[in-house]
Ligand binder design. Sequence first.
Ligand SMILES: CC(C)(COP(=O)(O)OP(=O)(O)OC[C@H]1O[C@@H](n2cnc3c(N)ncnc32)[C@H](O)[C@@H]1OP(=O)(O)O)[C@@H](O)C(=O)NCCC(=O)NCCS
Ligand SMILES: [Zn+2]
Length: 187
Amino acid sequence: MTDYFIHESSYVDKGVSIGSGTKVWHFCHIQQGAVLGKNCTLGQNVNISSNVKIGNGVKIQNNVSVYEGVELEDYVFCGPSMVFTNDLTPRSKYPKEREAYQKTLVQYGATIGANATIVSGVTIGRWALVAAGAVVTSSILDYALVAGVPAKQIGWVCECGKPLQGKFKCTVCNRYYKIESGVLSRK
Ligand SMILES: CC(C)(COP(=O)(O)OP(=O)(O)OC[C@H]1O[C@@H](n2cnc3c(N)ncnc32)[C@H](O)[C@@H]1OP(=O)(O)O)[C@@H](O)C(=O)NCCC(=O)NCCS
Ligand SMILES: [Zn+2]
């Protein structure tokens, strides 16, 4: 019995694992060996490449390709038309073996804004937020808010998504934070 939903316009290859409650909407392709967790939502025109691992509660908006070498932990949000990469120096004439693909890790709860680009080989920390249109070229701290091209940290952001604007208490949800050695965490 399947307790997930795949729209009839989408393709799921053999050897794919899909968790219960997950919804895959129109024109998607989930490739061989991919693992999709529980309660995920994939919007229209999403491609999940071979062997990609995606956690539980992940939301991927329209027009996103998650290439081999990328891993998304639980509750990651990928905004519409954001772009992952897995090769810093691609050449059509000299294609690399899949072992050479660079790894990108998006950690628990992190959000990537619409149309952002993630250059491969970085880690996006837990609950970090990448602004719309940013180009991420280096790793991002937990709870960091980054924006621009190349992306720079412009502040910190709460688990609820509200920028903290220099305060250690969120004005929306009242969560408290502390900073130690330049790293933000919950208090
Ligand atoms: C980054 C973000 C969280 C900032 O939110 P905010 O703090 O309410 O933003 P503000 O409008 O107060 O802007 C704060 C500053 O950041 C700048 N800024 C806002 N968004 C930016 C972006 N995407 N890229 C670069 N700079 C940005 C503003 O111009 C402003 O700069 P200033 O202080 O020099 O005037 C928000 O703009 C954003 O990009 N969210 C992602 C939205 C998204 O992609 N959703 C996808 C699902 S629909
Ligand atoms: Zn909050």
